[in-house]
Each structure stands twice: as structure tokens, then as C-alpha cells.
Design a protein around this ligand. Structure first.
Ligand code: HEC
Ligand code: HEC
Length: 434
């Protein structure tokens, strides 16, 4: 992150060491200088925890691991619970047809640092290795991994990968310090909760066969800018560094998983929206999780059923984001407001009818994870928009409108269901301060 690796962390540590030795020299000072109870004893650690928390929020980890997009949510990061049974995934042929084979049930795990049932069993490096390399922390030793190819360096010859849909192939594109911050937040910033999640099912090769072609097509690190789908910004007033940051943000948030092209900007259809068969529309049922759990997602005839159609994000002036002002795209990502029907104004509240937040908002459908994206910093959202508008080549691809219920999803986007923006301040009752 610009501005975060500027050495201030190192300076703080140095300053602390100096303070500590001063304290040791004059024991009485300790009594007068004790930090107030509500302040961290280690500011550098607190910065890292806060950064990790921000990343967990903006990557919507809680959408699968529990907690409904807010750190004061009842089941923040505790993993699959009986009350949220829809978070159990069906991977394989049974994803579309309940009785079809193969069928593997996979279960988001407990990410709180409980010693018996959560991440307390693993080191921060094992968590880092899970996010960067997809290696199951329970089955992979606590070592620095030196390659991304099985058998090369000390990358395991027969890697035991985390089950889908854990999106580590996108998370791995985060910079080292961001992945470490996530590990530090999970281990040191979250309160331990005992919740034993049954192991995920999977093929005997721990998904290696399924993942190999995907990982080959979506390499890490990403191919250099610009690919055949991309272009150098033409407008001289556009900041190229900002465009590159936006590209990084798009890749690590997996926009291409739905909008086309996965995490590889060189792949066919990258961010061009629904283009069957590779990037089809997907059904969403009432439980709100794409392609799973929801009634029609599991049973073709089930109701209710809405078809979600990820849209064309390239800057084409007729069928893509070229139709919208930058701020309309910003409002889509921060507030979930549909850019084609929401005016180009600065939104001054998050509550329908308050300030100039539309009284009857036209929200983007449940398949679009904006309740997570909204936690990105303004700078990252503007960078993302700069990339979509100036770093991608315009491609004409008309995407049919998604289905929507009569209230345009308003009852699914209440504060009860998705938490407040901004997030409640740290630490909530689910969190601890070191
Ligand atoms: C789309 C759903 C989904 C999202 C979003 C998601 N995960 Fe996961 N995650 C899973 C599933 C499913 C598993 C279990 C994989 C298995 O059992 O092999 C898992 C496993 C993990 C594990 C391994 C834990 C263990 O005990 O083995 C870690 C660590 C993890 N996730 C961290 C994260 C973080 C951090 C984020 C956000 C940056 C995140 N996940 C977002 C679905 C998800
Ligand atoms: C899990 C699937 C999914 C992911 C991941 C996803 N989107 Fe979307 N997105 C959708 C769907 C579905 C729609 C259409 C919603 C609708 O029409 O109601 C959409 C709509 C949008 C729109 C509105 C476009 C328009 O013309 O109305 C924008 C902008 C957008 N997405 C940007 C992004 C960005 C940027 C990312 C990555 C940070 C992203 N999306 C990641 C599913 C996704």
C-alpha cells in the first residue's frame, strides 16, 4: 500500500524500544506513563491489525466465513454453523443437480484464533501460505514456500489445496504485507470462538487435478500490463500509476470470476460481462448466495429464482462502463446503486430517504458483492474506476438486464443483513486489542 510501507512502522518500533529502555532505567516512570486501558501497547501492531481488518472487510471474507459483513455480527468469522447451513457448498455435478455425482460438500472454516477449532493451531506463516498458495494450513508445515510449482523449491510435491470456493487464487495477488496483515488480524485481533467445522469433502488429490489447468491459465504473478485486452491510457491527464493500482485491485478482488476472464487480464472476455458458455449468468435464490444454497441454484425448478447477469465493465460507450460518469461507478461500488438509474451526484448518506440517498434505491442484485467492496478506501475505488475506464480496451458486449424482485433488493440490503458503513470501530465485542 502506498503510504504504509514508508518505514513508519519501523520508526514506531525503534521509538518503543527507546521508551522501553527509558522505563527500565527509571522504574517509577512506569506508574505515571502506563498507557490508558483503551489504547494498544504496540501501535505498530495495532496498525497492522487495523489494516488486516480492513482487508478482511473489503474482500468479504465474512460472506462465507460468517458475520454478515460487520465485525459486530453475531457469527463474525466463526465458520459454518447450523444456523447458516446455506454456507455449506456443493462442488461438482451436484452444484446444478442435487443427486448428480461427483458431489463434495465444502465448509468455510473457523477463522477465529481458537486453539482447538480455529486458527489458534496455526502460525501466521501457515495462514499466509494458505492465502498465497492455497496450501491447507493443517497439512502444510510452517516453512517459507519458495516456489509456486509443485515439486519445485520446497513447494510440496503433492500439495494439499484448500477446497473451492475459497478464492485464494485471487487473494494470492495481494502484496505480502497485506496477506501478513490479514494473518495478524485473524490471530491477534479477533476473539477466539469455539466452533468445530466438519472437514470439507474432496477428491483424493486435494483438488490438484482440478486446479492445475485453472492455475496455469491464471498465473501468479499476473502478466504485465498492457495485455491484448488492455491499453495504455490515452488521456494525458490520467495517472498511469493509479490505473496500475486499479488493475491490482481488480485482480485481487476477483472481479473476473463473475465479469469474465478470472484473474488473468490476458484471458478471453476479461471483464466483458456474460458471454456464454464460459461466463454464463447464474441463479440466485432467497438466501442470497450465488450458485449455491438458494432454492433455484440447487433445484432447477425451485423458486424464488433470479438470474444474475454480470455486466460489461469495459469502457464501451454503448454497452459498457463508458456510459457512466466515474462517480456513478463509484456509487455502485460504495453504495450498490445501479449506475444506469442513479444520478451522477455525491451521495451523502447510506440510508434510503436520508440526505440524497434515493428513497427507493435501485440496488445491484445480490450476486454482486458490493457489501464487501464498499469497504475499499476511496483511493482504491477511484483507482479501480481509472483502470476500468482508461486501462481496458472498450468491447461491445450487450448484457441483458438481471432479474430483480419488486423492491429492487432493498429488503436484502438492510443494516441488519449487511451491517453498517462505515464499519463499527475496532475493537467490537468479537475482537480483542493487544
Ligand atoms: C466464497 C467463499 C469464501 C470466501 C469469500 C472466503 N473463503 Fe476462506 N474458505 C472457504 C472454504 C469453503 C474453506 C474451506 C476449505 C477446505 O476445507 O479445504 C475456506 C478456508 C479458509 C482457510 C483455511 C482455514 C483452515 O483451518 O484450514 C483460511 C485461512 C481462509 N479460508 C481465509 C479466508 C480469508 C482471509 C478470506 C477473505 C480474504 C476468505 N477466506 C474468504 C470459503 C471462502
Ligand atoms: C460474485 C460475482 C461478482 C463479482 C465477484 C463481481 N461482480 Fe460486479 N456484478 C455482478 C453482477 C451479477 C452484476 C449485475 C447486477 C445486476 O444487474 O443487478 C454486477 C454489476 C456490476 C456493476 C454495475 C454495472 C452496470 O452496468 O450496471 C459494476 C460497476 C460492477 N459489477 C463492478 C464490479 C467490480 C469492480 C468487481 C470487482 C471489485 C465486481 N463487480 C465483482 C457480479 C459480480
Amino acid at each position: 500500500m502506498p503510504g504504509r510501507s514508508d518505514g513508519s512502522g519501523v520508526r514506531l518500533v525503534v521509538k518503543q524500544v527507546i521508551m522501553m529502555s527509558a522505563i527500565a532505567a527509571t522504574p517509577l516512570v512506569l506508574l505515571n506513563c502506563a498507557a490508558p486501558a483503551d489504547e494498544s501497547s504496540d501501535p505498530a501492531l495495532e496498525q497492522q491489525i487495523l489494516r488486516g481488518r480492513e482487508l478482511v472487510l473489503e474482500h468479504a471474507c465474512s460472506g462465507c466465513h460468517g458475520g454478515s459483513f460487520t465485525p459486530d455480527g453475531a457469527t463474525w468469522l466463526v465458520g459454518l454453523t447450523p444456523a447458516r447451513a446455506e454456507l455449506e457448498f456443493r462442488i461438482g455435478a451436484c452444484a446444478a443437480q442435487p443427486d448428480a455425482q461427483p458431489c463434495f460438500l465444502t465448509r468455510p472454516r473457523n477463522l477465529t484464533p481458537d486453539d482447538l477449532t480455529g486458527l489458534g493451531r496455526f502460525t501466521e506463516r501457515q495462514i499466509f501460505n494458505a492465502l498465497r498458495f492455497g496450501l491447507r494450513p493443517g497439512e502444510t508445515p510452517d516453512v517459507e514456500i519458495t516456489s509456486t510449482t509443485p515439486g519445485e523449491g520446497n513447494f510440496p510435491v503433492t500439495p494439499k489445496y484448500l477446497a473451492p470456493p475459497m478464492p485464494w487464487p485471487a487473494w494470492r495477488h495481494m502484496p505480502d504485507e497485506d496477506l501478513r496483515a490479514i494473518a495478524v488480524y485473524l490471530k491477534q485481533g479477533v476473539a477466539p470462538v469455539s466452533n468445530r467445522v466438519e472437514d470439507s469433502e474432496g477428491p483424493p488429490d486435494f483438488w490438484a487435478g482440478l486446479l492445475a489447468p485453472f492455475l496455469a491459465e491464471n498465473p501468479y504473478p499476473a502478466v504485465p500490463f498492457p495485455t491484448n485486452n488492455e491499453m495504455e491510457p490515452v488521456d494525458p491527464s490520467v495517472n498511469r500509476e493509479q490505473v496500475l493500482r486499479g488493475r491490482q485491485v481488480a485482480i485481487q478482488h476477483d472481479c473476473g470470476a463473475c465479469h469474465g476472464g478470472g484473474t488473468n487480464p490476458a484471458s478471453e472476455g476479461f471483464l466483458q460481462g456474460v458471454r456464454p458458455p464460459a461466463f454464463p449468468a447464474f441463479p440466485v435464490g432467497l438466501t442470497g448466495q450465488p450458485a449455491m444454497g438458494g432454492t433455484c441454484a440447487m433445484q432447477p425448478q425451485g423458486t424464488p429464482c433470479w438470474m444474475m447477469r454480470p455486466r460489461n465493465l469495459t469502457p464501451h460507450p454503448a454497452s459498457g462502463t463508458g456510459q457512466y460518469a466515474d462517480r456513478q461507478i463509484f456509487n455502485a461500488l460504495r453504495f450498490g446503486l445501479r449506475p444506469s438509474t442513479t444520478p451522477d451526484v455525491e451521495i451523502t448518506s447510506t440510508t434510503p430517504g436520508q440526505g440524497n440517498f434515493p428513497e427507493k434505491p435501485d440496488y445491484l442484485g445480490l450476486g454482486m458483492p458490493w457489501p464487501g467492496w464498499r469497504f475499499m478506501s476511496d483511493a482504491d475505488l477511484w483507482a479501480l474506476i481509472a483502470y476500468l475506464k482508461h486501462g481496458l480496451k472498450p468491447v461491445d458486449n450487450v448484457v441483458e438486464a438481471s432479474d430483480a424482485p419488486a423492491d429492487l433488493w432493498a429488503s436484502e440490503y438492510t443494516v441488519d443483513k449487511i451491517g453498517p458503513y462505515p464499519a463499527p470501530s475496532y475493537p467490537t465485542t468479537n475482537e480483542v486489542r493487544k
